[in-house]
Design a protein. Structure first.
Length: 135
């Protein structure tokens, strides 16, 4: 909470600039934020999701891996990393990561939704529907 309060103005600026499609500025601000807070799971996820929305999966994966090196047990980072791999087309890596998250947190809505997405991509619509409902 203190971290968010301290960086609230920068986070608002990031949101504003992304809305204005000033993506280079957004990227610079995220890098600055992570440089000041290299162990922040939240900021790594936010920056990685920004990159994922730009379909820059490889860069998102790098951001998530750096975050995991500082926070190896972070299930939200592992889940975000899985989605980046799925977006990149590396479904098996994504599935392995999601399964590891579900072993530790069987009720993880995000991981269940990710498994549903994989099932959907594989044309297993019934399984996808069941996973989405479970999420």
């Amino acid at each position: 909470a203190l971290e968010t309060a301290k960086h609230g103005p920068m986070l608002l600026e990031i949101e504003d600039r992304e809305g204005k499609k000033e993506f280079k500025d957004v990227e610079s601000l995220y890098r600055e934020l992570l440089q000041e807070n290299p162990n922040s799971v939240d900021y790594a996820i936010k920056y990685g999701q920004f990159l994922t929305r730009r379909q820059r999966y490889g860069e998102a994966i790098s951001v998530y891996l750096r975050g995991l090196s500082a926070n190896p047990d972070s299930l939200p980072l592992k889940t975000a990393l899985a989605f980046a791999y799925i977006g990149k087309g590396d479904r098996q890596i994504g599935q392995d990561l999601l399964e590891s998250v579900l072993k530790k947190d069987p009720q993880s809505a995000e991981a269940l939704a990710g498994m549903g997405r994989i099932a959907e991509l594989e044309g297993k619509n019934q399984a996808a529907k069941a996973l989405y409902e479970q999420a």
